[in-house]
Design a protein around this ligand. Structure first.
Ligand code: ADP
Ligand code: G6P
Length: 355
């Protein structure tokens, strides 16, 4: 008989503060799965959901239990768990994971109100992105893989200034004040989630330019937990060794301040991890193939796939540095994890039909 066991949805969590590059990362990820993600057709134009053939990305702001006026009245920020409905988040993510469609609320970022819900059908891969994907243990336990985007204060500040001053006309003082106001809740409720992440992308100011805090040249670290099923950390040259590599020279064009890679074992919140680091930026993206050819376990399907992805999305923020490179690699690792999970399930159901 053809008793295909119901394919369960694979669930990925992506945590970060807002304005830290989550949507850019999601666009890179959905591209790895071969399709641009779009808002649901015919629904609320203010929907925060992105759907493609393989993936559905939902924004956890939709589980705000208090709308903008409610938060103001209670004196809480959107970062505060009190402003979020974790019971509903858990129930709905669990249902989707089991193959059941749900009516998910919509938080309208323009009006600050909760709009009527939208129907979310179980996709092959569900990504839950937002402030709290790993905050509630019940939700955390549903995740097949989790990522934390850790943007250091200096860099966050530089990005916010760039966006809010240049594009939204805010003053330097008001940007500083809003970052300061968010900080206590960020430290209490968002930042601690990184200890649970299977992969962390840490974004720091460069160490190649002494005293630099412009936030233009970045040092980016990809921290990968050891021992996670279906996830084999990437390595440089020799797995488990500590390596420092300056690829600039005959095969890679580098202008000031150059590029430096590092790789090695470390510990992170008591877990064994591997860390791959890139400081600096690429002058010529097509030469990335030289770097790619020295990395192992990057889960590509053909030689040069990382470079091809980076070239294809070269207009995305971070394409010339470690943020784009590591987001692309994490995307490939998630595709690999998904394929292994599906293969394992198929094998298990075949066993079950034989028994
Ligand atoms: P989020 O979805 O977390 O709010 P976005 O992906 O929309 O964040 O990015 C917010 C802003 O941050 C972008 O407009 C851009 O200015 C900046 N940004 C994001 N990622 C990067 C990056 N890798 N390098 C430089 N700037 C970035
Ligand atoms: C965070 C949340 C948003 C919220 C924003 C501003 O960035 O992710 O959902 O809209 O804070 O909050 P406010 O209370 O000013 O509307």
């Amino acid at each position: 008989t053809c008793s295909a066991a119901k394919e369960k949805t694979v669930v990925i969590g992506l945590a970060a503060d807002s304005g830290c590059g989550k949507s850019t990362f999601m666009r890179r990820l959905t591209n790895v799965f071969g399709g641009a993600a779009e808002p649901p057709k015919g629904g609320n134009p203010d929907s925060n959901t992105l759907i493609s053939d393989m993936t559905t990305v939902i924004c956890l702001d939709d589980y705000h239990s208090l709308d903008r006026t409610g938060r103001k009245k209670e004196g809480v920020t959107a970062l505060d768990p009190k402003a979020n409905n974790f019971d509903l988040m858990y129930e709905q993510v669990k249902a989707i994971k089991e193959g059941i469609a749900v009516d998910k609320p919509i938080y309208n970022h323009v009006s600050g109100l909760l709009d009527p819900p939208e129907l979310i059908k179980p996709p092959k891969i569900l990504v839950i992105e937002g402030l709290h994907p790993m905050y509630d243990q019940r939700v955390r336990d549903l995740l097949d893989f989790s990522i934390y985007l850790d943007i250091s204060d200096d860099v966050k500040f530089a990005w916010k200034i760039q966006r809010d001053m240049a594009e939204r006309g805010h003053s330097l003082e008001s940007i500083k004040a809003s970052i300061r106001a968010r900080k206590p809740d960020f430290d209490a409720y968002i930042d601690p989630q990184k200890q649970y992440a299977d992969a962390v992308i840490e974004v720091l100011p460069t160490q190649l330019i002494p005293g630099d805090n412009e936030g233009k040249v970045l040092r980016v670290r990809l921290i990968m937990k050891e021992g996670v099923k279906y996830f084999n950390p990437v390595y440089l040259f020799d797995e488990g060794s500590s390596i420092s590599w300056i690829p600039c020279g005959r095969k890679l064009t580098c202008s000031y301040p150059g590029i430096k890679f590092s790789y090695g074992p470390d510990t992170y919140f008591g877990h064994e991890v591997s860390v791959l680091e890139m400081d600096g930026q690429f002058d010529r993206l097509d030469e990335l193939i030289y770097v790619e050819s020295h990395l192992s376990n990057i889960s590509t399907k053909f030689y040069g796939e990382v470079t091809q992805q980076m070239l294809k999305l070269s207009d995305f923020p971070g394409s010339n540095n470690g943020t784009g490179l590591f987001q692309t690699i994490v995307g490939l690792k998630i595709r690999d994890l998904y394929e292994q999970l599906i293969a394992a399930k198929a094998a298990a159901s075949l066993q079950a039909t034989k028994a």
